[in-house]
Design a protein around this ligand. Structure first.
Ligand code: B12
Length: 215
C-alpha cells in the first residue's frame, strides 16, 4: 500500500489512534502536504460521506473518521504554517453558516489562510446572522467567509447577506463561500465574489482578492 493509500484507509476506517504515525511516515516518504490533505484525508472523507448516504456507514463511523482527520491535521498544521513566507496580508472573518455543525473544511481553510499570512477570526459553527455583523464591526475584515456543508442550511446564506447589508457593512468587504455542495453558480446567485473548491485554492483566491482590493 502506498503512503497516500494508507492515509486514505486510516480516515475511512476512523483509525485515529494510528493516523499520526501514518501521516508522519507519508511525510518521511516525501509525499507533499497538499497531496496528503487532498488525495488522502479529504478524498477519504468524500467516500465516508458517500457510504453514509448509501447506508454502508453510520453516524458513529462518520464521527470516528472526522476524529481521524482532525488528529491527522494536528501533525500537518504546524508544518503548513512554517511553509509560507509570513507577512500580514489582511483579515478574514469566517464561520460555518447558521444551523450547520461541520467544521473540518472550515478549519482547513483557516490553516491555509493563516499559512498565507492572513489574520483569521474564527466564529465557529452554527453562527448566528448577528454574530457575523458584530464581528465585521469589530474586526473590519477584508474578507467575510461562509462555510456550509448542508444543502438545507446553505439556504440561510441570503439571510446572512441581508443582515450584513441591513447593517450597512456590505461595501468594502469581499464575500466568500465554500463547502462540498457549493458551486461557483451558487455563489453567483447571491452575488458572492469569491468561491473556491478546496482550502489551497481558497487561500490563493484570498490573496488575489486582497491584492485586487488594494490596487
Ligand atoms: C464528517 C461529516 C460529519 C461530522 C462533522 C464533524 C465536524 N466536526 O465537522 C458529523 C458526524 C458531526 C456530521 C453530522 C451531520 N452530517 Co455530515 N458529513 C460529514 C462528511 C462525511 C465529511 C465532511 C468533511 O469534513 N469533509 C472534509 C473537508 C476537508 O471537506 P469540506 O468540508 O468539503 O471542505 C473543503 C471544501 O469544501 C472547501 N471549503 C470548506 N469551507 C469553505 C469555506 C470557504 C469560504 C471556501 C472558499 C472553501 C471552503 O475547502 C475545504 C478543504 O479543502 C460529509 C460528506 C461529504 N462528502 O462532504 C457528510 C455530509 C456533509 N453530512 C451530511 C449529513 C446529512 C449530516 C447530518 C444531518 C447527519 C444526521 N442525520 O444527523 C449531521 C448534520 C448536523 C448539523 N446540523 O450540521 C450530508 C449532507 C447532505 C446534504 N446534501 O445536505 C453529507 C454530504 C453526507 C451524505 N452524503 O449524506 N457530518
Amino acid at each position: 500500500m502506498s503512503s497516500i493509500e494508507a492515509v486514505y484507509e486510516a480516515v475511512l476506517k476512523g483509525n485515529y489512534k494510528e493516523i499520526q504515525d501514518i501521516v508522519k511516515s507519508a511525510i518521511n516518504n516525501n509525499i507533499s502536504l497538499e497531496d496528503i490533505i487532498n488525495k488522502g484525508l479529504s478524498a477519504a472523507m468524500v467516500e465516508v460521506g458517500d457510504k453514509f448516504a448509501t447506508g454502508e456507514l453510520y453516524m458513529p463511523d462518520m464521527l470516528l473518521s472526522a476524529k481521524a482527520m482532525k488528529t491527522a491535521m494536528e501533525v500537518i498544521k504546524p508544518l503548513l504554517k512554517g511553509s509560507e513566507h509570513i507577512s500580514e496580508k489582511g483579515t478574514i472573518v469566517i464561520g460555518t453558516v447558521k444551523g450547520d455543525l461541520h467544521d473540518i473544511g472550515k478549519n482547513l481553510v483557516i490553516t491555509m489562510a493563516e499559512g498565507q499570512g492572513f489574520k483569521v477570526i474564527d466564529l465557529g459553527i452554527d453562527v448566528d446572522y448577528q454574530k457575523f455583523v458584530d464581528a465585521i464591526r469589530q474586526y473590519k475584515p477584508d474578507i467575510v467567509a461562509f462555510s456550509g456543508l448542508l444543502t438545507t442550511t446553505l439556504a440561510n446564506i441570503p439571510n446572512h447577506i441581508k443582515a450584513i447589508e441591513e447593517a450597512g457593512l456590505r461595501r468594502g468587504i469581499v464575500l466568500a463561500v465554500g463547502g462540498a455542495p457549493v458551486t461557483r453558480h451558487f455563489a453567483d446567485m447571491y452575488g458572492i465574489e469569491l468561491y473556491a473548491p478546496d482550502a489551497s485554492s481558497a487561500a490563493k483566491e484570498f490573496v488575489a482578492a486582497v491584492s485586487a482590493k488594494k490596487a
